[in-house]
Design a binder for this molecule. Structure first.
Ligand code: SF4
Length: 141
């Protein structure tokens, strides 16, 4: 049984699994929608969780009519501080907490709590981004 977070698939296999081109997978990465694992040589690898995430993104685009910027904006609404002990002073200083509509994992000048963190291992990035989860999550805030 493959651990769903283990980076085992190459970009070409993932592209086939979600029925898009390799260039499209790279474009989603450029837009910050997906954060592939990168080996020391820079080889990208993807997990089952990544594949599922890409399938949801594809569905948002093909059936919900969102464009890449729309998906990116949706991901930026995830209140990361709720997974990081609350909106404390550190989060108040972090651009993810207020001034930007960028997913927190795409930002460089994040707060101390997130510096040197592996975002791929973070519950914020790992949140299953289906519409229901995001609604439920925002409703609880
Ligand atoms: S570790 Fe990364 S994904 Fe997690 S809250 Fe910080 S910036 Fe966001």
């Amino acid at each position: 049984m493959i651990d769903k977070y283990s980076p085992v698939f190459s970009i070409s296999v993932v592209a086939k699994m979600i029925n898009v081109s390799v260039q499209t997978v790279r474009l989603y990465e450029e837009k910050g929608l997906i954060l592939p694992y990168k080996s020391n040589k820079g080889t990208r690898k993807y997990s089952l969780h990544d594949v599922n995430r890409l399938k949801i993104i594809r569905r948002m685009i093909t059936t919900q009519g969102l464009n890449l910027n729309g998906v990116r904006l949706l991901l930026s609404f995830i209140p990361c501080w709720c997974f990081k002990g609350g909106f404390d002073e550190d989060c108040q200083q972090c651009p993810a907490g207020s001034v930007t509509f960028e997913p927190c994992w795409t930002l460089e000048n994040v707060g101390k709590k997130c510096l040197n963190q592996d975002c791929r291992a973070c519950p914020v990035y790992r949140l299953e981004i289906n519409e229901k989860n995001i609604k439920d999550f925002l409703a609880r805030q």
